[in-house]
Design a protein around this ligand. Structure first.
Ligand code: G1P
Length: 896
């Protein structure tokens, strides 16, 4: 049992999907409609935290609640059948050979279930999708008589309308139903609560929830039963609704009810279906602020024909969205699987981190880290608007190097945390530079660094360890000067400050403090003495990379905010944590409430050498002090110190302790020598790799609820941040290995993970990459994960080696022999310099990586002269920019 791709577009089919728990599929659009749907039509539908049309669900509710999409058929006034499998008869037969046959088909972005009952001779095909422009989910139900006799059916749609905020699920569930004002019109049931209910203040509600239904030709339904109580009857339930089993009479349109739980129960007229005859019904589930929207929906989607066209348009829309990059290797399944990776960063942008069944936390936003991570993918897929987004995001940086953590819904909007929760993630400052560097490499837009941007300001100060007594909400969220002017400075300065303050913010072992946590949100209990060597490594690498980048910036001097100058000071002894902390405190005091507003000029060469000095200091420090060897003779880098200031990794009476994170950034950032990378690999294979979970675990089992390091040690081992195969870190591990030329090992990380996911009997998820694989091998938190961006990045820029180099195209393939097809071809269609290229590597002798070099390159059939350096070639941007924007250009790279 497993899913299979059935089309070039990576549509897939899965037999008996109802025999797997926790499956869900996302349906969504840019207009703000978000839906999740399961093989039994469970899942929910909402446009935000405060506007759920269907009952909000967590993963466990997917098998618990029956309060979801349904459509009943009463056959020959005798048998009751549910298209979601929810009738007592279907449930009772679930383990017998009388079970319904269920098949799932799905694609970008539509979901279809085919359910057949042989005994009754009936089949239902249910297609769900969310069209691009409207806050509506369309459900098309086609019933077919598969028996050899005429069948009379009484069809009834039954979609419970929750119609309020997710917060009211437990908080005043009943009282909020008293707010419900329910009406029926000719097509369905409309619920508009009077107020949006919140103990902090009640507001007039403007949101209207509608469930409308009609027949295939647009014919209206014949009746409605909008109160749940009436629909289920006394003692009934959504599995045994009295209205269906006793074939209750439904009310006419134009009725009004108030104060009850509502349901879009819509009765269609009885019909006789001849053998093989079908009938289609369409249900629209909409959330709007204007009742006229329903007229527009009926006009636009009001018949089977119109829905068919809308579905085709929708498919095209999504296929176009994910059309770049498109990979072709010898493994056709892998190529198609990558399409499902392409869509994931978009899904996370649209769903935030909160709105799929596993993601039952938060209120819809994304975090700072995710903001930058998602831009990585956007740079590869839709680079057009990225400059603006990047620019806006820098407005979230505080002058102390920390950043706003509450991100508004408009670009560049950052909000002060009203609860004043002071939490500092020490890794946050490192990600913007990585994304910005990728942007500059892809575009050559070095001037971006010199754009002027404001700083964020709120009550939090000193990297969230103190409050600014002078700040009040009225002062606004922008840093001001002493004379109350909004202060701004270059993007480059923002990046500098994000690296300079952590450089001085070290613990007793002279690594950067762990503060509230690093990338691993679960390492949140070592604020005083914890240190993250792992991210010290990343900051160190960034400092050196930034220095390199500045060498290409053709300016002699840079104007910077006067106060920052002290952090570029040479007099501090970098080997002394005390001196570093002292300097940082002096800086904090100067910028706590405002800055002077004075700017000073520094020589760019001075800046470069200062960054190099700091970066190199980190490299040497980690190499010298953090390389460990345990009793079994294995060696690797220690990644952390706990809140008692004790080293975390190495031998321990409870078992060997090792983390993957500690290795990833030391490898990626060139801190590990080649010899050390080999040793790390041996150790990681010994202590972290486990085929059972699809690859390298995040850590070994500490066998301790380690209160001096983080909450994650309270999680069961092998789950989430405690020792699961956590895709994001695993993929970054692969990226680091590729970067360092350990191509076989880099490939192996991705390949092991991919093969695990493909093994549906164990992974139990649809195509794509989940946040992590749990101890049983199940894929968890599917779809919304930063690992998708990193996977895309790694496959494109490392595996296929399509990189930018300050705007020029740099190709450096790291494909293995087995990845080329039988003709020796592997290719990728991708965007670069605003043009689409089909980059074809031709390796006729199917040589392995390391054995081939680039011998020649042709562009659109013509050989081009370019710098070839072994396995690398650089193609000038000017040449690419001279090409037609509307064509696909072919670059053939011969490998010999
Ligand atoms: C999630 C968060 C990410 C965090 C990670 C580890 O990862 O989104 O910010 O760093 O957990 O705690 P994701 O689901 O994006 O892979």
């Amino acid at each position: 049992m497993r899913w299979k791709f059935v089309s070039e577009n990576a549509d897939f089919v899965l037999e008996n999907p109802d025999k797997t728990s926790y499956l869900y599929f996302p349906l969504v659009n840019e207009a703000g409609m978000m839906s999740s749907i399961t093989p039994t039509l469970n899942g929910d539908l909402k446009s935000g935290q405060n506007s759920f049309l269907l009952l909000p669900v967590s993963a466990e509710d997917l098998h618990n609640t029956k309060s979801t999409r349904n459509f009943w058929i009463y056959i020959n006034k005798k048998d009751v059948w549910s298209i979601s499998g929810n009738s007592p008869m279907q449930l009772a037969n679930f383990y017998s050979d009388k079970k319904d046959d269920v098949t799932l088909e799905a694609g970008f972005l539509w979901h279809k279930i085919i359910r057949k009952n042989k005994v009754l001779g009936v089949k239902a095909e249910i297609i769900n999708f969310v069209p691009v422009e409207h806050k509506v989910e369309i459900m098309e139900v086609t019933i077919t008589n598969t028996s050899n006799q005429v069948m009379q059916i009484t069809p009834t749609a039954a979609i419970p309308i929750y119609g309020r905020s997710a917060d009211n699920l437990r908080d005043h569930r009943h009282v909020t139903s008293l707010l419900h004002r329910i009406r029926t019109n000719d097509y369905g049931v409309l619920v508009k609560p009077t107020l949006s209910f919140d103990e902090r203040g009640h507001k007039i509600n403007n949101v209207l929830y509608s469930v409308l239904g009609f027949e295939e030709n647009g014919e209206k339904p014949i009746g409605f039963l909008p109160e749940v109580e009436e629909f289920i009857g006394e003692g009934g339930s959504f599995e045994t609704p009295e209205a269906i089993f006793s074939n209750k009479k439904f009310a006419k349109s134009g009725n009004y009810f108030e104060g009850y739980e509502a349901i879009g129960a819509i009765r269609f007229k009885d019909i006789d279906l001849k053998p093989n005859e079908s009938k289609t019904y369409i249900i629209l589930m909409s959330i709007s602020e204007d009742e006229l929207e329903n007229n527009i929906l009926l006009e636009k989607f009001g018949s089977k024909e119109k829905v068919k066209n809308a579905l085709e348009e929708n498919k095209k829309y999504w296929e176009n969205k994910i059309s770049n990059p498109e990979f072709k290797t010898s493994d056709d399944e892998f190529n198609k699987w990558m399409k499902w990776i392409n869509i994931q960063p978009i899904l996370r942008r649209l769903f935030g981190n909160s709105f799929l069944p596993h993601h039952d936390y938060g209120r819809g936003g994304r975090g700072w880290r995710d903001l930058w991570q998602d831009l990585l993918a956007l740079l590869m897929m839709e680079p057009d608007n990225v400059r603006k987004l990047l620019y806006n995001n820098y407005a979230g940086v505080r002058i102390d190097g920390s950043n706003a953590t509450i991100i508004g819904s408009n670009p560049g909007e950052f909000i002060a945390d009203r609860n004043n929760i002071a939490r500092m993630w020490m890794d946050h400052g490192a990600w913007p530079f990585l994304t910005t560097k990728l942007y500059i490499d892809l575009t050559g837009d070095l001037n971006f660094l010199l754009e002027s941007q404001t700083y964020f300001k709120d009550r939090l100060a000193n990297r969230c360890t103190d409050f600014d007594p002078n700040w009040t909400i009225e002062k606004g969220n922008k840093l001001k000067t002493r004379d109350n002017k909004i202060h701004s400075s270059s993007i480059l300065e923002h990046i500098l400050i994000q690296h300079l303050t952590p450089f001085f913010n070290v613990g007793m072992h002279n690594n950067i403090k762990l503060e509230g946590a690093d990338w691993n949100d679960g390492l949140d209990m070592a604020r005083n003495n914890g240190e993250s060597v792992a991210f010290t490594a990343l900051y160190g690498w960034n400092l050196l990379e930034l220095a390199k980048l500045l060498k290409s910036l053709k300016i002699e001097e840079l104007e910077i905010t006067e106060e920052i100058l002290m952090l570029l000071d040479n007099k501090v002894d970098y080997n002394s944590p005390e001196e570093k902390n002292k300097l940082l405190n002096e800086y904090y005091n100067k910028v706590k409430s405002f800055v002077s507003g004075n700017k000073t000029k520094i020589k760019i060469d001075y800046l470069i050498s200062d960054l190099e000095r700091k970066g190199n200091w980190i490299v040497n420090h980690i190499r010298k002090n953090e390389w460990i060897r345990n009793n079994e003779g294995y060696e690797w880098f220690n990644g952390y110190y706990d809140d008692h200031g004790n080293i975390v990794e190495g031998d321990n009476p409870k078992g060997v302790r090792m983390t993957l994170t500690g290795q990833v950034f030391t490898i990626m950032g060139n801190i590990a020598t080649n010899d050390q990378v080999e040793k790390i690999l041996l150790s990681a294979k010994k202590y972290l790799k486990d085929e059972k979970v699809g690859g390298y675990r995040l850590n070994t089992n500490f066998h301790e609820v380690k209160l001096d390091l983080g909450r994650l040690f309270g999680f069961a081992f092998g789950h989430k941040e405690n020792g699961a195969m956590f895709s994001h870190m695993a993929v970054m591990f692969s990226n680091a290995l590729y970067k360092r030329g350990f191509v076989e090992d880099g490939f192996d990380v991705i390949n092991t993970l991919y093969n695990h996911i493909k093994n549906f009997e164990v992974s139990r998820i649809y195509p794509g990459i989940p946040e992590y694989i749990n101890e049983k091998g199940r894929g968890m938190y599917h779809y919304l994960t930063g690992s998708a961006s990193w996977l895309l990045l790694t496959v494109l820029t490392e595996m296929f080696g399509v990189k930018g180099d300050l705007g020029d195209l740099l190709l450096e393939p790291k494909l293995l022999d087995k990845q080329f097809d039988c003709k020796g071809i592997a290719s990728v269609k991708t965007l670069f310099a605003d043009r689409t290229f089909n980059i074809i590597y031709s390796n006729k002798n199917r040589l392995n990586y390391g054995k081939y070099n680039i011998s020649s390159v042709s562009l659109n059939g013509r050989k081009i002269e370019s710098e070839i350096l072994g396995n690398k070639i650089k193609i000038k941007r000017s040449l690419l920019e001279s090409l037609d924007k509307d064509k696909i250009h072919e670059l053939i790279i011969e490998l010999e």
